[in-house]
Design a protein around this ligand. Sequence first.
Ligand SMILES: Cc1cc2nc3c(=O)[nH]c(=O)nc-3n(C[C@H](O)[C@H](O)[C@H](O)COP(=O)(O)OP(=O)(O)OC[C@H]3O[C@@H](n4cnc5c(N)ncnc54)[C@H](O)[C@@H]3O)c2cc1C
Length: 401
Amino acid sequence: MSGLTPIVRFGDDAATRSLRHSVREWLEEWLPDEFRATAANPDYLPRDAHERAVEFCRRLHEQGWFVPQWPAEYGGGGRGVVEQVVIREELAYAGAPLVNTNGVNMLAPVLFRYGTPEQKEEHLPLIARSERMWAQGYSEPEAGSDLASLKMTARRDGDHYVLQGQKTWTSNGVLADWIFVLARTSPVGKSRREGISFFLVDLETPGITRRPIRSMTGYATFAEEFFDEVRVPATHLVGAEGDGWRVAKSLLDAERSNVTRAAQAQRFLDELVEWCRARRGRPNDPLADPMNRAALARAAEKTEVGRALSYRVAQNQAQGTLDAALPSLSKLYHAEFTAELRALGAQILGPAGQLMPDDPDALLHGHFSDGLLLSLLHRIGGGTSEIQRDVIATAALALPR
Ligand SMILES: Cc1cc2nc3c(=O)[nH]c(=O)nc-3n(C[C@H](O)[C@H](O)[C@H](O)COP(=O)(O)OP(=O)(O)OC[C@H]3O[C@@H](n4cnc5c(N)ncnc54)[C@H](O)[C@@H]3O)c2cc1C
């Protein structure tokens, strides 16, 4: 693939360039072709492919690059944020299937910040070794954007809490071993955000029923979970009782640097450009249409901006000075641009570009067919684009409500 040489690169010094080179060389040897070609979203892999992805991640961990930024005592590589970003970019561009995003990207930063020593000791090494898969249990049938209206309750009973209620839209819920949930431990007080607590729950606990949900892509990796008198040890509470909103909020921030999505945008743009170039001068040459050329140039410009935004979030996180609105800006930008780029690809590739990946005539491994459907989900999952705009309007622009 040719592709653009990015204008902005994180840590463009000799040591970082050498790290990039080492990661690429290692991937040449160890990344299975099925993942290199398909660059599949690890949250939407069928079970057998998931198991091969886990195998790959364990090998990556032995190399020190699965959780490069974690301290060594929890199985990490003890590296800085620049190295972490560089490793993540190279992995995402190559198509490496990084499993357990809920565990690695969402729960682990929360445990580092709020977990007890016992919680860290138990859970972090298992996440590092891809031995415990996690799901995120926030949304409920009547609580999505307005998360504080959640109805799941947790009643203290001796050294346990008893959980009652339902969670839904749980990514990876079919494969996950454990789930972190928000539940109400006391009635709504002055603020609806008070009285919510954050729990770690083994999905094998009696009283939990899981049901798969099939999404419009045809994949059934989503699930909904019903909790009926589920007894959870009190030691599985993270942070103080009633302080779950603060814990949960830090988790949502952790989800929003989107460096991986920036690298994927570069990869899919490069694939699309390469495909167009290979058809130069042939019938239905896409580059004969000036609108396509302009749209590809605009996509290159937006890819560059997306990467810069992600770097900025990562840099902020490294310095511990995350602006209130910046993660929302990054989430919004990447969700919208991912959808825009996939739609552009689907339009340029024509009808055959809309065949799903399992069709023998699918183009570019279905990156612009199932990719287009998946990209629409990004505008909703992790907080909708409207909600991100609301955060930017209030937190960054200080617009009165
Ligand atoms: C791909 C995907 C993965 C997901 N994974 C998980 C997961 O792992 N765990 C989990 O807990 N949840 C998950 N979700 C659920 C997701 O967090 C919710 O769908 C999302 O927060 C929106 O909530 P809702 O579906 O209840 O829609 P609603 O909140 O009912 O929103 C419906 C529409 O109204 C708009 N809207 C709502 N409030 C406002 C407002 N104040 N201002 C302007 N517009 C507004 C929304 O933007 C949306 O367009 C996932 C969803 C998707 C699509």
